[in-house]
Ligand binder design. Sequence first.
Ligand code: IYR
Length: 226
Amino acid sequence: MSAGFIPLEYEHMSEDEQRREAKRFLERMRTRRSVREFSSDPVPVDIVEDCIRAAGLAPSGANQQPWRFVLVSDPDIKHRIRLAAEEEERTNYERRFPKEWKDVLEPLGTDWHKEFIDIVPYLIVVFQINYESSGVGTVGGSSMRKKHYYVTESVGIAVGFLIAALHQAGLWTLTHTPNPMGFLNKILGRPKNEKPFVLLPVGYPAADAAVPDIRKKALDDILLHF
Ligand code: IYR
């Protein structure tokens, strides 16, 4: 069934304005860094909620919006997440990561300790919703499911929006994936059609926060014109 159509609301900017806005956004995003040392300074929840609203405006396959955002500020829940994340990361660093992986991580100076999870005011846990359980009943023995399309692409785009929105609002994040992340379903009580995608600590950097001295590729190294 067609959704019906409405006129698109749009304003055609002048080229000068487009150029100015493109540069402004570029310069803003240049200052974004992943942070691993956070302060415990509080962050107003409405600011974070607006950033999550912006993430929810991302395009998605068939507009299925296959995402769930779980905002965690409860210290006990954060602590349980920290302990479970550290357990997985300890195994990752000690046994699961092959040498080549540890070699590329070395410049970042990371290890299995994740005290920032306790310290930051907020964690945003993003889940991808792989399918919707549509009502009660079974078809041919398996429960009725409405499949979602392009789930990882959609959730990846939404998380990009989210990180950009948080940065625009003067907040700092880490794109954290303490894999395997099934512990987040258990701790946060999410059903099995939801799969943890990323864990974003959100807050302000610690007063003495340092970041690795790494560079982004130049345009010539990432862009081809035909
Ligand atoms: N998740 C681990 C390891 C790690 C993996 C990647 I890929 C990074 O860019 C950084 C870290 C950790 O957070 O320590």
